[in-house]
Design a protein around this ligand. Structure first.
Ligand code: C5P
Length: 314
């Protein structure tokens, strides 16, 4: 939800994502991997606020964290030019000719190195926010191009809900009709680097026939989710990065075993990990399983649900 606050301040919520299906079709000539994935936004949000600078110092561009942001998240993504919020603002400024200005304040809750797209969600939020606050008013196709330059997952966060993402992730196809999913996420303390996980996969070059088979399996999963059949979905969910990520971070296997012990039918790692999630039939059961998992000290536990992304229609 992009909201105009009092005066000329703007604020937006940036949801996390989960990969319900992630197939790696092979390594490409540019070093990236060709993906076939289904992602959904979930109700775990970061918040990005833009405020104008005081009248006596109207120029300049600042990025800072809200003091409520946990220290471990600050350490992973410092508020400097390496931060995707910063890079998104720079990209929008370059394209539009507007010199970035104002104060961006980020309040983080999405875990880092989790495969939950936190940094990419922040970048998409920054594009939407700055597009409004700086009076640029680009439409979605224009922002989507910029988003793909900032990161493979960023275009997804400009959509309104679940989507199939292909290419290196930047080709986004909206998926309608998927029922709301009740979900428990566990993020072990240890994270996984996306680049290292892809590297360790040692994927062969892309084969054209791999796409056909994966597209068919993914369409079947989408149908299953449209019918709300999560037990069936359990057999169709896949994450090709899970085995390599589990070798890098043994806690992932412990979390998987914990979901089995709780009798959760559908569970998988998201993205390149280390967060792991399970699908539950109701919000009540999600809360119950979350309480049980939390008592085993496996990491940070969230009882959540899929949602329409917080971004406004563009
Ligand atoms: O695009 P992004 O910066 O999010 O990707 C982070 C890293 O993950 C890339 O540098 C690359 O090593 C790896 N990656 C990949 N194939 C993809 C997406 C990411 O190999 N489709």
């Amino acid at each position: 939800m992009l909201a105009r606050m009092s005066g000329s301040a703007w604020e937006i919520l940036a949801p996390a994502k989960l990969n319900l299906y992630l197939e790696v079709l092979g390594r490409r000539a540019d070093g990236f991997h060709e993906l076939d994935t289904l992602m959904t936004p979930v109700r775990i949000f970061d918040r990005l606020r833009w405020t104008p600078l005081p009248a006596d110092r109207p120029s300049g561009f600042f990025l800072e964290y809200d003091p409520a942001t946990p220290a471990d998240l600050l350490a992973v993504a410092p508020p400097d030019s390496t931060n995707l919020v910063w890079r998104a603002c720079e990209a929008l400024g370059r394209r539009s000719g507007v010199v970035p200005f104002g104060r961006f304040t980020l309040m983080k809750r999405i875990p880092a190195q989790a495969g939950m797209g936190g940094a990419s969600a922040n970048a998409a939020a920054a594009l939407i926010l700055a597009n409004a606050a700086w009076g640029i008013n680009y439409g979605r196709p224009h922002l989507a191009k910029l988003a793909a330059e900032v990161g493979s997952d960023v275009p997804f966060f400009l959509t309104g809900g679940p989507a199939i993402c292909r290419g290196r992730g930047e080709k986004v196809i909206d998926v309608e009709g998927v029922r709301r999913l009740h979900i428990v996420v566990v993020k072990p303390a240890e994270g996984v680097s996306t680049a290292t996980a892809f590297h360790r996969l040692q994927a062969p070059p892309v084969r054209p026939d791999a796409a056909q088979d994966s597209h068919r399996r993914l369409e079947e999963l989408v149908d299953t989710l449209r019918n709300g059949r999560i037990t069936r979905a359990a057999r169709q969910m896949v994450n090709r990065l899970q085995d390599v990520a589990a070798q890098m971070c043994p806690a992932i296997e412990q979390v998987r075993e914990a979901f089995v012990r709780c009798g959760v039918p559908g569970h998988a790692m998201t993205g390149s990990g280390s967060a792991y999630f399970g699908l539950l039939p109701s919000a009540r059961q999600a809360r119950r399983v979350a309480r049980r998992l939390a008592s085993w000290n496996l990491g940070t536990v969230f009882a959540t649900a899929s949602c329409r992304a917080a971004s406004p229609p563009l």
